[in-house]
Write a protein of this length. Structure first.
Ligand SMILES: N[C@@H](CCC(=O)N[C@@H](CS)C(=O)NCC(=O)O)C(=O)O
Length: 229
């Protein structure tokens, strides 16, 4: 039996969460190694576990894969979540690029100074409402299928659902202007593997708290302030 993929990251969302979503949606069981201390991270660096001295790293099929996008493309391709041809893959990459950009804005949130967080939530809501969600609403309207690309469930659908849920955590009414995204969310959430990943006790991670931020800062020796500028 093939070994389960092993994910090396912090015990929190960050750049690994979309990889967890992808594996979970594909119905793949995985193991996790959580970085908790500087010593553990340095030992892994010394063992040359991470090609560019960075995580996420995923041990899968005899490889130690790094670079989030490369990891996702491999998993999506392997599990038939990456379109039927080169054109569909390009469109999936484009849609995933949009949701990644939106989620990258949200990833900053826990690192910001407390006095900047309220303004940042407004930025998240405004970017979702005015830039990203209208695009996916229009795609669903024009394309007229159950899924974003072709007529087949793909990585683009998984990541759009993840992005919707992330924005809703900070801006609960965000979908009120997007009826097709509302039905999309409902439909995709019903897919059994996705439903299971949203149940308590799954390997899905909660919104980062102060403890998570402190661990990341200690392990990476990252003591700089992050501000909205
Ligand atoms: N381009 C990489 C960036 C990975 C990255 O920035 N990882 C951070 C943690 S989320 C890290 O390991 N930082 C340590 C460092 O850069 O020295 C990817 O997309 O995976």
């Amino acid at each position: 039996m093939a070994q389960k993929p092993k994910l090396y990251y912090f015990n929190g969302r960050g750049k690994m969460e979309s990889i967890r979503w992808l594996l979970a949606a594909a119905g793949v069981e995985f193991e996790e190694v959580f970085l908790e201390t500087r010593e553990q991270y340095e030992a892994l660096l010394k063992a040359e576990a991470f090609l560019f001295q960075q995580v996420p790293m995923v041990e899968i099929d005899g490889m130690k894969l790094v670079q989030t996008k490369a990891i996702q493309q491999y998993i999506a391709g392997k599990h038939n979540l990456y379109g039927k041809d080169l054109k569909e893959r390009a469109i999936i990459d484009m849609y995933v690029g949009g949701t990644t950009d939106l989620m990258d804005i949200i990833l900053l949130h826990p690192l910001l100074l407390p006095e900047e967080k309220k303004r940042h939530i407004e930025v998240i809501g405004q970017k979702a409402k005015n830039r990203y969600f209208p695009v996916y609403e229009k795609v669903l309207q024009d394309h007229g299928e159950m899924f974003l690309v072709g007529n087949q469930f793909s990585w683009a659908d998984i990541q759009l659902l993840e992005a919707i849920l992330m924005v809703e955590e900070k801006c609960p009414d965000i979908l009120s202007h997007f009826p097709l995204l509302q039905s999309f969310k409902k439909r995709i959430s019903e897919i059994p593997t996705i439903k299971a990943f949203q149940q308590p006790g799954s390997q899905r991670k909660p919104f980062p708290d102060d403890k998570y931020v402190a661990t990341v800062r200690t392990v990476l020796q990252m003591y700089n302030k992050v501000t909205l500028g």
